[in-house]
Unconditional design. Sequence first.
Length: 400
Amino acid sequence: MNTTAEQYVRLVLAIGQHDPDYVDAYYGPAEWKPGATKTGLDVLSTRAGALREELLRIAPAAEEMERLRHEYLSKQLSALSARLRMLQGERLSFDDESRALYDAVAPVLPESHFQGVLDSLDKRFPGSGPLVTRYEAFHRAFIIPREKLDHVFKTAIAACRERTQKHVALPPGESFTVEYVTGKSWSGYNWYQGGFRSIIQVNTDLPIYIDRAVDLACHEGYPGHHVYNALLEKHLVKDRGWMEFAVYPLFSPQSLIAEGTANYGIPVAFPEDERIQFEEKVLFPAAGLDPARVREYYEVQALVEKLAYAGNEAARRYINKEINAEQAAAWLERFALMSKERAKQRVRFFDQYRSYVINYNLGKDLVAAYIEKKAGKDPAAGWKEFATLLSSPRLPSGLR
């Protein structure tokens, strides 16, 4: 298996020479990196197919972690082959692509599903003009002032880390730095560096609302991507010597687990009532916002959260060429309540990452169902199962 793992890592890195978004992180041996000359995609495809055939001839071990490792490599190699076909020009439908790359397919929801939520919000914001305009007018009161952004984020990060540390044994010396960037199609990104260190970038192209402080601090940091990557490095790479986890191919089933745990980690770290108290006492004052409006704000956000799958529907229609970029942005404005600028940014995300969007919402729902089935309503048990998942090779098929 270790030989297979090394060849898998080398394949991922070789594909990264053709696809700049493919290798999200690598901290394995420098000598495994390919030379300056690119290997052709057809050659890489042949190697990937042969390597998966070799793997399937290896009988999975009885021990659970070894069995999960075998399944992980098999699924990752299958997704790797699909990505190679895409790089060679094959075009898949939205659902076929997500199945091939992420081992999952998001449900199709009709417009009536989102309209029901919008009708509730329409009553919340009576008046004339489009609902998105009325919602934006409300939302603007909760923008974090630019000069307070770093302080607010560092305050949220410290709180997320403190809460995570009570339940998860973090590797010694783990840390990350925060950078503020522009010109990106995403709102935040974790670039894992290895050695239990991350660089977290926050995109400041558009206004950042107060709820994003805890959301990004948890999602990108604690107990999200930073913790996920650090635990994989500690428990699988360093303790077990499983070098396949020293590389992270973005367009792979691993991403559904990464994004799903990062989003589920938000309510794990901050259950609703505790978050309300923290926002009232700490975060709203830190941002110079009126703490008397915390509950009002999060009541509205709870409704807006029910529109989460609207992005999937816009991406599905856009990638399937049922609508163009302008129509996709308009759909997001109407059914996801995104401003014009944010909707355009999201369509740029579709262009760059395509069906990756399912990993955020479907990933969160699959992780939530898996953890809650195992832990029930016990928060301590939930944290234990969550930490176990973060440290394991389990992938989407294993959550069902």
